[in-house]
Design a protein around this ligand. Structure first.
Ligand code: ZN
Length: 475
């Protein structure tokens, strides 16, 4: 394969040629608004579209995730992976209007994280690349990963465990955001656990000595965890909720359940802290004469940056620019801000300079991809300044022209960078060398326990309207 021969402008024009498909897909996924592991129609829609466009369906129900898939086009040459997401969040359904207004069709979930834009942008980038490759008679393989269930237990981790990314030259991905930027950042590695405490019930007034309280065990466990903090490095994060903590005070509760996330800057620290937390659960059970059932059910790697990919992508982001917002879109954004008590600053219009790998507090299942293959992502603004993701207001902008423009912009940066992966061997080698330098002596070890074949998925209580409260304030 020769080095770079394609004018990026031609690739950007190819995205313009499929703009209508991107916009339709964005709207379709937005209307479906299916939550994690329930994205049946969203996956079917994307697969039908891809098949219609000449892509081969490599697998469905991929890596044990019912709504995940892999599709591919092209033969030989370099191999580029692009990640799609399409799950919505519970309780965030909103009409695409500038005030809080439940959806008329009764759908209570919503694309408050803009995964409808990820699905459509990734799809658009792949179609544009296919068009240019065909027209220019190039070789190359484009593989699309239908990464279901990002909001709970992401499919990417299951896919990484099956080494589905390992034969690629690079993976590109996108996520709408508050600004236009390249994801040259680090996120935390994480483990997700549940601890059940099994006690003995009894009449709390008449014969409490016959009972053993599972809630006491949970309280003691939480106390131990909180004391641990003093002796962990400041990068560690542990957060928990009581999922179940008895039903009535006059019954000694025989069941309690805690849900907890452990985060830190790398897997080694997370694994060590998790083991200590396991000991705290066992200790709490021993002290209260109950039993602890410790379930480690999911984990993720930290996000590994890649300098050559980040630099190349930043160049294309600057070439593409932030979306050109119309006056009507800026007015819409200002109305949303005013309705939320924020300063009406409108939509962002600038590009964030390339970040020097700052550590962010959150986590992403792209982390596991980034430890499998050189990986980089782009973000485009899809929400007004000051309005975070995971809000009803974000659902609103993701269902109208603001979101559609973000999707088209992301598709352009993905396609232009993707074309370089496919045609520029020096660039590919540079990305690979950077990856090998960062991962030397640290092979990817799946955070998933060997016996976990499928995700738990969204807890039932989270799929009902009661959770609306929970997400409304999240920024
Ligand atoms: Zn997201």
């Amino acid at each position: 394969m020769t080095n770079k021969t394609i004018d990026p402008e031609q690739v950007l024009q190819a995205v313009d040629a499929v703009q209508a498909i991107i916009e339709q897909a964005s709207d379709k996924l937005w209307h479906l608004a299916e939550v994690s592991l329930e994205e049946v129609k969203s996956a079917e829609y994307l697969l039908a579209l891809l098949q219609e466009q000449g892509f081969t369906i490599v697998s469905t129900g991929t890596a044990g995730i019912p709504t995940a898939f892999v599709a591919e086009w092209g033969t030989g040459g370099a191999k580029l992976g692009i990640l799609l997401e399409y799950d919505a969040l519970p309780g965030l359904g909103n009409e695409p209007v500038s005030c809080k207004q439940a959806r008329k069709d009764g759908t209570t979930s919503g694309h408050g994280c803009g995964h409808n834009l990820i699905g459509s942008a990734a799809l658009g980038a792949a179609l544009a690349l296919k068009k240019v490759i065909t027209e220019k008679g190039l070789s190359g393989t484009i593989r699309l990963y239908g990464c279901a269930s990002e909001e709970t237990e992401g499919a990417k981790v299951y896919m990484a465990r099956e080494k589905l990314f390992d034969d690629l030259d690079a993976v590109l991905h996108c996520h709408p955001f508050e600004h236009a930027l390249i994801g040259n950042v680090r996120t935390n590695a994480t483990n997700s656990i549940r601890v059940e405490f099994l006690g003995t019930s009894a009449h709390a007034g008449m014969t409490p000595w016959l009972g053993r309280s599972s809630v006491h065990a949970a309280e003691l466990f939480a106390h131990s965890v909180n004391l641990m903090r003093e002796h962990l490095e400041p990068t560690a994060r542990m957060h928990y909720v009581y999922e179940s903590a008895g039903l009535a005070p006059n019954v000694v509760p025989d069941y309690a359940k805690m849900w907890m996330t452990i985060r830190d800057i790398d897997r080694t620290r997370v694994v060590a802290t998790t083991e200590w937390v396991r000991q705290a659960a066992e200790g709490a059970a021993m002290a209260t004469q109950t039993k602890a059932n410790f379930i480690l059910y999911f984990g993720m790697y930290d996000l590994l940056p890649n300098t050559p990919l980040a630099q190349r992508m930043q160049g294309y982001l600057e070439q593409v620019g932030a979306p050109a917002w119309t006056e009507a879109e800026q007015t819409f954004a200002c109305e949303l801000q005013t309705n939320l008590g924020l300063e009406p600053k409108g939509m962002p219009t600038t590009i964030v300079p390339l970040q020097n790998e700052p550590a962010l507090g959150g986590s992403t299942d792209v982390g596991d991809v980034s430890w499998s293959v050189p990986t980089m992502g782009v973000g485009m603004p899809s929400v007004p300044i000051g309005i975070g993701m995971h809000t009803w207001a974000a659902t609103a902008t993701h269902g109208m022209s603001i979101g559609r423009k973000a999707a088209v912009g992301m598709a352009k940066v993905l396609a232009a960078t993707g074309m370089d992966i496919l045609t520029d061997s020096e660039f590919r080698q540079a990305a690979k060398a950077d990856f090998e330098r960062r991962t030397a002596g640290k092979p990817y070890v799946s955070p998933l326990p060997a016996d976990r074949k499928q995700p738990f998925g969204m807890p039932e209580w989270m799929t009902v309207d009661a959770c609306r409260e929970m997400f409304n304030g999240v920024k």
